[in-house]
Design a binder for this molecule. Structure first.
Ligand code: 5GP
Ligand code: ZN
Length: 121
């Protein structure tokens, strides 16, 4: 739950950034990594994460707003790469346990390839 920007030893996504935990990486930049969700909820379900550790999107935005922009640019590229940009896709930042956040390293879900109801559950 720490917002330091420093790698956290007990953080799963920091371990994916370092390569200690394997993932199916689809894109990488100087500041971000995008990889397929292990439990996909749609044909395209990719997580785009900052390489730096912050507990959620708001904390990341407060500390380094440029990296939030980087995440959204990458989310759009993931959608284009998976060819779901024309049909529509959703970018979600679950924030807090009540909203379903289970990994407390900021991440954007990119979901597409099927109909997406609104409002979401
Ligand atoms: P949250 O629930 O925090 O919004 O999203 C965390 C996401 O991380 C979940 O969709 C979950 O399926 C995914 N996830 C959890 N552990 C792993 C893992 O080890 N590898 C990958 N690729 N995804 C994971
Ligand atoms: Zn982390």
């Amino acid at each position: 739950m720490t917002t330091t920007g420093q790698p956290q030893a007990d953080c799963l996504f920091c371990k994916i950034v370092s390569g200690e935990v394997p993932a199916t990486v689809v894109r990488e930049t100087e500041t971000t990594v995008a990889f397929r969700d292990i439990n996909p909820q749609a044909p395209t379900h990719v997580l785009v994460i900052p390489k730096v550790h912050h507990r959620d999107a708001a904390a990341l935005a407060a500390a380094d707003p440029q990296i939030v922009a980087d995440l959204l640019v990458e989310a759009g590229k993931v959608a284009a790469d998976d060819k779901v940009d024309a049909t529509g896709y959703r970018v979600v930042f679950n924030t807090g346990t009540g909203a379903g956040q289970t990994v407390f390293h900021a991440h954007a879900h990119v979901l597409g390839g099927r109909g997406l109801n609104w409002p979401p559950g």
